[in-house]
Design a protein around this ligand. Structure first.
Ligand code: ADP
Ligand code: ASP
Ligand code: MG
Length: 418
């Protein structure tokens, strides 16, 4: 029997009528002859509510208990979806992560899949069940504890099931009708893409476009899963939405395909650190040990000795997610107290955002960065940090200019035009 994976995000299962609406989409695929694995998120807002409960109970919470609490929203929607399908005379059964079992690492809050044995779900399909409804976002560790995959993780659950069960396609139903050149909530000129290359989507996701969790794109790319994003609120057919696929399936190729942003960034600068071998490792080692996700890094070159420093000194600037600033500060202060690094001052700027342009066409095109900087300059937007790779350019700017920068870049690369 051909098999499909259909994933419904939080807004698509936000109440009983939306669950019914989603169930009708599942019913249509069953009628076309598919067995279906449905992956559900928690009702929108539920995961945030539970994160709030945990943080309100314990400041330095135990990550195992955090996972036990925040994974629960998906259990509710999985059961409700199975019930709704049964009401429609479709044989359906719900599965929590441990029942499958979805085996993951024990990295609570950011666990990774180890394997998803098929036997239990296959046995149910063999009994005549048509739909397995699986709670997204969660798994079980070797220690037998419930784990979660990081925010937005149900996308990754969906792709992992599509890979494990050899699904014909993995359809991600959400509150937009596809992947756009930028977040349609930020720019009314955003244009829906027919197709996007895995590599581009991977960059866009990791640079902040939350329409797909980064890890889900990575998995789809590795296991060659046909991945599609489409609307749960509109009528859809096999041509709806945006297909994420291999580069060579895409005819139209623009230099820049999309603009992504990440609102909650912070810039930290260690002022006057020694300029000597090993200093970067003495800084970023403790940050990594403290679980801080450092993104952009700039080290200024200094040729001079100055002040009361005996050797050459430099400034080191890096960006981190804004909610990790306190942790980063603590790690740096401890490293200074232990004598492994020296610095005069640690300056944290918590009002910055990152805006990035992405496109595989950049590989063969010069002048993209210059064009980007010119467009930002024309809007009087000051660039604080720049980072580039083969297919992306990112800048850190004042957060209040973020929307303006996204729109300016969208215009300058004419992304509204096909
Ligand atoms: P779900 O709850 O279904 O998982 P998410 O909120 O996680 O949905 O992701 C969908 C949202 O992603 C959209 O509402 C949109 O605002 C946002 N988004 C950001 N960048 C893009 C983009 N390039 N294309 C489409 N949506 C985007
Ligand atoms: N419910 C989880 C979250 O809000 C997982 C998901 O929706 O993908 O992050
Ligand atoms: Mg999501």
């Amino acid at each position: 029997m051909p098999l499909l994976v259909m994933k419904f995000g939080g807004t698509s299962v936000a109440d009983l009528s939306r669950i019914e609406n989603a169930a009708k989409k599942v019913q249509a695929e069953v009628a076309r002859g598919y067995d279906v694995i449905v992956i559900v998120s928690a009702m929108s807002g539920e995961t945030n509510r539970m994160v709030g409960y945990v943080e309100g109970t314990s400041k330095l919470y135990d990550a195992r208990e955090y996972d036990a609490v925040v994974s629960s929203g998906e259990n509710v929607t999985a059961g409700l979806m199975a019930l709704r399908l049964q009401e429609m005379d479709i044989p359906a059964r719900s599965w929590q992560g441990w029942q499958v079992p979805i085996n993951t690492t024990s990295a609570h809050g950011s666990a990774r899949f180890i394997d998803i044995p098929r036997a239990n779900i296959d046995a149910k399909f063999a009994e005549g069940f048509k739909v397995a409804v699986v709670a997204g976002f969660q798994g079980i560790s070797a220690e037998g504890r419930i784990t979660t995959l990081g925010r937005g993780g149900s996308d990754t659950t969906a792709v992992a099931f599509a890979a494990a069960f050899g699904a014909e396609r993995c359809d991600i139903y959400t509150d937009v009708d596809g992947i756009y050149t930028t977040d349609p909530r930020i720019s009314s000129k955003a244009r829906k893409l027919e197709k996007i290359a895995f590599e581009e989507m991977l960059e866009l996701a990791s640079l902040g476009a939350k329409v797909l969790q980064t890890r889900s794109v990575e998995l789809a790319m590795r296991y060659k899963v046909r991945l599609r994003v489409l609307s749960s609120f509109e009528d859809t057919d096999e041509n709806s939405g945006t297909l994420v696929c291999d580069e060579d399936e895409i005819m139209e190729s623009k230099v820049v395909s999309g603009v992504a942003y990440s609102r909650d960034e912070a810039k930290m600068t260690l002022v006057t650190v020694e300029d000597r071998p090993g200093v970067a490792s003495a800084i970023f080692g403790p940050l990594a040990d403290a679980g801080v996700n450092v993104d952009m890094i700039v080290q200024n070159i200094s040729e001079k000795n100055y002040g009361n420093h005996s050797g050459a000194v430099t400034d080191m600037t890096f960006s981190v997610p804004v909610n990790q600033v306190a942790r980063a500060q603590k790690a740096m202060e401890e490293a200074r107290a232990a004598g492994s690094i020296m610095y005069d001052e640690l300056i944290s700027d918590t009002d910055v955002a990152k805006v990035s342009v992405v496109g595989i066409g950049m590989r063969s095109q010069v002048g993209v960065a210059a064009k980007m900087f010119k467009a930002l300059a024309a809007e009087n937007i000051n660039i604080k940090v720049i980072a580039t790779s083969e297919i992306k350019i990112s800048v850190l700017i004042d957060r209040r200019y973020m929307e303006l920068a996204v729109q300016a870049l969208h215009d300058c690369f004419e992304l509204d035009k096909a």
